[in-house]
Ligand binder design. Sequence first.
Ligand SMILES: [Zn+2]
Length: 546
Amino acid sequence: MIVESGSGAHPYYMLRKPRKITKERLEHLLRVLAKLHRADAAASRATRLMRVPNTYNWKTGSRKLARVRYFSRRGYSLKKLEALWNRPTLDLERKSKQPGQIGMGKHATFFSEHLKKFVLPEGSSEARALCPFHDDHKPSLSINVSTGRWKCFAEACGARGDLREFCKRLAISPPASEIKRFPRERTIPEGEEWSSRRIFDAMYSHITSHIYFTQSWQPVVAILWAMGSYLYQQFPCYGHLWLNSPTTHSGKTKMLEVLWTLCYKALEPQLEPTPAALFRFPSVFGGTLLLDEIDNLDPEKRSAVISVLNSYASNGVVTRAVPGKNKKFTLEKLPVYCPKVIAGINNLPGTLQDRCIKIFLHRKKKSESVERFLPGTYQRLEPLRNQLEAWAVRDEQRIIEAYGDRDQLGVPSVADDRLRDILEPLFAIASVLPKWISEKLAEGTLTIAEERSAEEAESNAVVLGLQVLREHMPREGESWPVRTDEALALFSEEIPSIETKAQAQALMRRLGFKSERQRVGKKVLRAYRVHRRRVQKLSERYGLEH
Ligand SMILES: [Zn+2]
């Protein structure tokens, strides 16, 4: 049972039947347990009492209700608990903390397993072995087993690097000690866990029964993303999920609600988040952030939101002025790394688009029926979220290993580096799931990559078109009439994607110029009126103004 005490969590293990044991034996067991859970060692005294659920905790001065967070009827035998907890790993941990031994030879075992003729002189941290990176006959590789750095002294080879590089070159997984795990409690007893496939299937039927997707890879990508929200801290960066649509009522808000029920510790979708809440969320709450209708935010808030969204890497921080003592403001650096879903933005700044996996939702036809999102859905799906937490603990290691070996993940080569950055975590997760899921993800990658390059070409055309207009605009006059055939002549010279009148017209419209009847010399013709002020404004926006 886990009791939320109001200022932390208390785990209790129920014995099958009452036992009479010595205080020493109990306290030893409690100390081991505290260590295992990285809990407060003060809690390992026999005189400690249980925080009774449904009573108030007044310890901090304010009233906090103690609640049961997890309960299982499973009872343990004392013998089994002792066997389970007194594992040799705990003894090892104690030994390594003895003075003089810290870090010494940390990686000795690992390197010895992967190298031939490995020799480590006693008391030294410099080992020698045959170099695996050239045809070595006398041990030329020198390895520092405490730092993990290595170097080959053979003249023709000269290979060198660190532990990571070593693993990468030999295509092996790094030692378990190098993989950071973040502590989490298991809320599902072993034996009651679902397989990863069953979890995926449950998510798939939930999401597809509520949302109408036009492409079959879309729900797969959304589910993998939601699964990844339980492991995001293991990745150096985690891209945002961007729900985009041309119209209202295309299911964006509902999709946010559905994701809310699936993602790791998601807050209910936020319609008008305050910037302060946004900045605080990742460090205080550390779950998934769901943001709706950011277009409608007032400009000041919007820019604060964008600055949080611009960060998708684990080392991302924003610097904020916060009121401190004596009403003076101090600067504070706040971490902003967390999984984020954004919906309802029509035009994201280009840099932000690069950090997003876009899911384009179309309005469904009347004939395409989906379920309503009923109140109580969030509560109803709690067992699934618990299964996801257990899955994350269980498959974490395999996923990290797959991610460590990124080149083998099968990410289609059309994806550029930025796209790879945000899709590799999803491919790593798909690697522990049935094969069709990776295949769908690869299919989605192709579409996303195609869309991205089309968008890039379009925005390039806008910038180039603007440049052409600036260069050819007469020095005098507030506006300049440009006929379609003139526009085509100007654009087709400089912009590869413009070859027809229709394309030239489209670009003029994208730049915001309208075709009007107007006097050109003695004749009245249809022409685009190119306003000097608009050209100047656009040039500023695209950084062409010097
Ligand atoms: Zn070598």
